[in-house]
Design a protein around this ligand. Structure first.
Ligand code: IMP
Length: 179
């Protein structure tokens, strides 16, 4: 049995839906874990998994650290995405981006997997743009302001799971697990 550790229900739902396509099952451990501060998602995911592994011992688990990186804001909010979402939210990002021509942004997800002995990481990225208004109400976090091929992730609903950063990281992880 493999545990997926997250307190974020939106992430859990997506991971569950994607895992089904690969015929995989895991146990949801709805828990907050110690997340180190850092500039690099790989480092944050790996170190957080390292700390958690001391408690989990030989129990296999994975966690996922993700963020939104906006080019015109030099990669902000990046590793601070959850804090920025809780504080200024989608409206705040739209305000920061008012009048800004370069709308390019990407989402990144890093999965860290502990197999009872060591940690491996898997990364996924999806490129898109920041919309100038909130569109759609599905999903979580920055989904209503992240445009992918003309629609926001919130407007794409489940179709998001075909192309998202999370899908791309999980694809690598699940293919490795199934190999
Ligand atoms: P963390 O990985 O728990 O540190 O949080 C990442 C934060 O980035 C989330 O709370 C969201 O605000 C944002 N985020 C990450 N992935 C997504 C996504 O797929 N859609 C929308 N927002 C996301």
């Amino acid at each position: 049995m493999i545990y997926f550790v997250t307190s974020n229900e939106g992430k859990y739902r997506e991971v569950l839906a994607i895992a089904k396509k690969y015929g995989l099952e895991f146990e949801w451990m709805k828990e907050k874990y110690v997340e180190i501060q850092g500039k690099d998602l790989e480092e944050i995911a790996r170190k957080s998994a390292e700390i958690l592994s001391e408690k989990m011992k030989d129990k296999k688990f994975f966690l996922e650290d993700s963020g939104l990186f906006i080019e015109a804001l030099n990669g902000f909010p990046g590793p601070y995405s959850s804090y920025v979402f809780e504080t200024i939210g989608n409206e705040g990002i739209i305000k920061l981006m008012k009048g800004v021509k370069n709308r390019k942004a990407y989402f990144k997800a890093v999965i860290a997997y502990w197999d009872g002995k060591e940690i491996r990481t898997f990364t996924g990225i999806v490129e898109g743009e920041i919309s100038d208004e909130i569109r759609g109400s599905y999903g979580f976090g920055f989904d209503p302001i992240f445009l992918y091929s003309g629609r926001t992730f919130a407007e794409m609903r489940e179709e998001k799971n075909e192309v998202s950063h999370r899908r791309r990281a999980l694809e690598k992880f699940f293919e490795w697990l199934n190999a």
